[in-house]
Design a protein around this ligand. Structure first.
Ligand SMILES: Cc1cc2nc3c(=O)[nH]c(=O)nc-3n(C[C@H](O)[C@H](O)[C@H](O)COP(=O)(O)O)c2cc1C
Length: 190
């Protein structure tokens, strides 16, 4: 912080940032004993297409991040609309977050949650300091999406919400975007 930086009120910061609606992921790994570990995470984003990179931001206190750092690989599980209880479990500090949750270890060696909308398996590529969080950049190793057309669980102003299908319309620039994505890298755009 420099002497010219304004003081930002913490409550206002949370309220304003909470107005940015996001999906919710559960980021998972295996600890040194081979036990599954994970936490709910909304600070996930696509970063680059070539090379394929994604990012997420764990708090420096996160026990899950400590396990991911040791393992060097993780899985991003994008939650579906019906998975509110899964989010509540992985957003808690319960000791056994996987109790009663369906999952399996992928060939790549990370826990993949049943019924996730999509999953992205990654190696940790780089870690950048981000104040009281880290910015973890992951290199994509495998991707999958569920075969049924499920809808995502969303988080907005501290509450779960969902897409209203009748209000979903294709963006007019969708064709342009698809052309853009096949000819350009995301990191030149971001
Ligand atoms: C909807 C939702 C989104 C969250 N997003 C994040 C996040 O982006 N980064 C983070 O560090 N914690 C986030 N959390 C909080 C963690 O999931 C929570 O602190 C968890 O208990 C950390 O557990 P751990 O210490 O086992 O990693 C989120 C929680 C919820 C419910």
């Amino acid at each position: 912080m420099t002497t010219t930086d304004p003081v930002i009120d913490a409550r206002q910061f949370r309220n304003v940032l909470g107005s940015f609606c996001t999906g919710i992921t559960v980021i998972t790994t295996l600890d040194v004993a081979g036990e599954p570990i994970g936490f709910a995470c909304q600070s996930f984003a696509a970063l680059s297409l070539d090379p394929p990179l994604v990012l997420f931001c764990p708090t420096k206190e996160s026990r899950s991040w400590a396990a991911i750092e040791l393992n060097g690989k993780f899985c991003v599980n994008m939650l579906a609309e019906e998975q509110q209880p899964v989010c509540a479990r992985f957003g808690s500090r319960e000791p056994d977050k996987f109790a009663g949750i369906g999952w399996n270890t992928s060939e790549f060696g990370v826990p993949v949650l049943d019924d996730a909308l999509a999953t992205i398996q990654c190696t940790v590529d780089r870690v950048v300091d981000g104040g009281d969080h880290y910015i973890v950049i992951g290199r994509v190793q495998a991707l999958s999406e569920s075969s049924d057309s499920g809808r995502p669980l969303l988080f907005y102003r501290g509450q779960y919400t969902a897409i209203e299908p009748e209000k979903s319309t294709p963006a007019p620039w969708r064709a342009d975007l698809e052309h853009f994505l096949t000819t350009t890298t995301l990191d030149t755009w971001l």
